[in-house]
Design a protein around this ligand. Structure first.
Ligand code: NAD
Length: 253
């Protein structure tokens, strides 16, 4: 039997990190193909923890301000990052691509580990081939710091790439906002994204396509953080077979 995959978790005391610690521990007890090697949070020395734990992968659910430093630490140590933290910028992804190549170590960035959300993105891409007019509403708990969600940004990118024919209508001539931001922010392809932050949500997203006389709504709701764990465990199990920088869990399905 191969050695279990040694998993380090960054942000282990956070909402998502605690869930990952539990899921990896349960998977370890059930199948013994992975083991929880390190739990790292604010104030711990990541490099030391990764070395001491002989970690194979680093599951990162931290905060946008520290995630890049964590990855700059993990990749030179040949530890494969599996990143759920959102808020990475295009320049960060470029840097990561270079680090992956330099250290011959892959890295997964997954804006959403929930399989249902990944399917929603795929269905949205299919719909966008026929329906060019679309807006995205994403709804998250009130403590989320970044807006829009990584999922919304990625969904817009995927829709923009798939929008083969048809030109979005855009707003009416002379349209204006009485309040700044009323029409949302513009993501890839000028797609409007509206971010809602309220207690009572974990992570939800609705993608609405409009056409003369009809609407198509695609919606996904994560009502519990357990929804993200099958995707995280899948990523752990596939980590060693990733090539370079991989963006999106859909690439592992
Ligand atoms: P959280 O605030 O509950 O947890 C973040 C944790 O990171 C905290 O425990 C904090 O102490 C810790 N931390 C801060 N600095 C650190 C450092 N230098 N090293 C290690 N740990 C450090 O946040 P959360 O709700 O768990 O979300 C974490 C991230 O995951 C956010 O970016 C969120 O958007 C993202 N998220 C992604 C998915 C997905 O499927 N990809 C799902 C949910 C949330």
């Amino acid at each position: 039997m191969p050695e279990p995959i040694r998993v380090a978790v960054a942000g282990a005391k956070g909402r998502m990190g605690r869930e990952v610690v539990r899921a990896v521990s349960e998977a370890s007890a059930a199948e013994a193909d992975m083991t929880l090697a390190a739990e790292v949070d604010h104030g711990d020395d990541l490099a030391t923890a990764l070395r001491d734990a002989r970690a194979d992968v680093l599951v990162d659910f931290t905060v946008p301000e520290v995630v890049m430093d964590n990855l700059r630490t993990a990749l030179p140590l040949r530890v494969i990052p599996l990143v759920g933290t959102t808020g990475l910028k295009p320049a960060d992804l470029e840097e990561l691509r270079g680090l992956c190549a330099q250290y011959h170590t892959p890295c997964l960035i997954a804006p959403n580990f929930a399989l249902g959300a990944v399917l929603l993105m795929r269905f949205a891409q299919e719909a966008a081939r026929f329906l060019p007019d679309v807006e995205i509403i994403e709804m998250h708990h009130e403590r989320k710091v970044d807006a829009p969600s990584g999922t919304a940004a990625r969904t817009a990118e995927m829709i923009a790439a798939a929008r083969a024919s048809g030109t979005p209508k855009g707003d009416a001539p002379g349209a204006f906002e009485t309040f700044a931001g009323a029409r949302g922010g513009r993501a890839a392809g000028e797609i409007r994204v509206h971010s809602v932050r309220l207690p009572g949500f974990v992570a939800s997203q609705e993608v609405i396509f409009g056409a003369p006389g009809q609407r198509l709504s695609l919606r996904h709701d994560s009502i519990d953080r357990a929804s993200f764990m099958p995707g995280v465990l899948l990523a752990v199990r596939r980590a060693r077979s990733l090539g370079g920088l991989v963006i999106g869990l859909e690439n592992l399905l």
